[in-house]
Design a protein around this ligand. Structure first.
Ligand code: UD1
Length: 373
């Protein structure tokens, strides 16, 4: 019997998590295992530097299906994806659908598969912010409760799933596929030319990213954040690769344009994965509202100021590597910053596994299929 897997990805963080999984599947094929796969790219992210560059750089094969769904409201985006994913799954009839992360592409894949009674494996299961106003939280909860195999990246994720009544026999904490990816690619990056061109020096700049709708679409919050970045830049230059949504909102609102003319704030296009890994390693610390970057900072022993009111990674907060810094008037954010700088950090340990999560996850999915469950 040839085992058939369908993997669905669509947004930047999905591609990073997809890479170690797909590479393991390909390795198994080369070793003669009877295994076939297809990749569906929903098209949630479509700019070259939000999508193609990740496939090229991380050696991910071109998707078998490109849905080109693009941007839209959550229901429009998710609904269009489901319509197209359903057609493909009805035709392909895979043994398992692999849904990754917590984006709208993840939930579209899980819903379409579950309604066709195709079992779903959810990679990065169990994360919770305990706030259903966050769109990713809705995606996480629904995807987890539709999945037949759940792969939380952390112990906390495992415990969250058990508390929600999910059968323990279906939950496996093998570590975090993002850690796998970081280990593979971390030494490939050399950003000295980029730093030189921006007049930045190693360990003397702050890496900043902001993209969450809660921070960008709420103009009061965005104003707080921009005031804060401007204040930081008085002492240390800030390297700010800008998400297309953030760029659009800044360009549309004259009051934010001040940030574009600040010499100490280096605004550049979104970075490729390997360049970003380099930029973290050379920074003095990271400020971000990206869930992935919070953890990548930790992988490289950099402190992280999380520009949000919650984190799906409480273990980072508990070990002192992460400090919450929600958008607020300047004095509050400055206080969060000084708290972060003073905090003692625990040793960087194996909170996210041993770097072999993808291998163990693929192994488990295959053994489930062979055992007919
Ligand atoms: C999505 C994920 C989020 C993840 C993030 C990484 C959901 C609910 N959110 O948020 O978890 O952290 O991706 O970036 O799935 N845009 C472009 N070009 C692109 C992609 C987006 O211009 O290639 C602009 C569009 O104006 C679009 C906006 O960015 O409306 C938001 O994109 P969208 O995919 O809806 O959400 P993200 O904020 O990227």
């Amino acid at each position: 019997m040839t085992i058939k897997l369908t993997l669905v990805a669509g947004a930047r963080p999905n591609f990073i998590k997809l890479s170690p999984v797909i590479n393991n599947i390909i390795k198994r094929q080369k070793n003669g295992e009877q295994l076939s796969y297809s990749i569906i790219h929903t098209g949630q992210h479509y700019d070259k530097n939000m999508s193609n560059v990740f496939f090229e750089e991380m050696g991910i094969p071109l998707p078998n299906y490109q849905l080109s769904v693009g941007s839209g409201t959550h229901s429009v985006q998710t609904g269009l994806m489901m319509i197209e994913i359903e057609k493909i799954l009805m035709n392909e009839k895979p043994h398992y659908v692999i849904a990754i992360g917590d984006t709208n592409s993840t939930i579209a894949a899980a819903l379409a598969a579950a309604k066709l009674k195709i079992p779903v494996a959810h990679i990065e299961a169990g994360l919770r912010s305990f706030d259903k106003h966050i769109p990713e939280e809705i995606n996480r909860i629904v995807c987890d409760h539709l999945s037949s195999l759940l792969f939380p990246p952390t112990i906390v994720g495992y415990e969250n799933l058990v508390k929600e009544g999910i059968t323990e026999e279906n939950i496996f904490n093998f570590g975090d596929v993002m850690y796998d990816a970081a280990l593979v690619h971390k030494s490939k990056s050399n950003i000295s030319e980029l730093l030189q061109s921006l007049n930045l020096k190693s360990n003397q700049y702050i890496l900043a990213t902001i993209h969450r709708a809660e921070n960008t679409d709420n103009l009061e919050n965005l104003e707080y954040i921009i005031d804060f970045i401007t204040e930081i830049a008085k002492k240390n230059p800030v390297l700010f690769p800008i998400h297309p949504r953030t760029k659009k909102i800044i360009n549309e609102n004259g009051r934010f344009k001040v940030i574009l003319n600040n010499e100490a704030i280096k605004i550049i296009e979104p970075m490729s994965y390997i360049t970003l890994l380099g930029a973290i390693q050379e920074s003095s610390f990271v400020m971000t509202d990206s869930g992935g970057l919070q953890k990548e900072s930790y992988f490289f022993s950099k402190k992280c100021l999380n520009i949000f009111h919650s984190t799906p990674w409480p273990e980072l907060e508990n070990s002192g590597w992460l400090t919450l810094c929600p958008p607020n008037p300047l004095s509050n954010m400055k206080k969060n910053l000084s708290d972060m700088l003073e905090k003692k950090t625990g040793e960087v340990s194996n909170l996210y596994g041993e770097g072999n999560a993808a291998e163990l996850i693929v192994e488990k999915i295959i053994s489930r299929i062979k055992n007919g469950i």
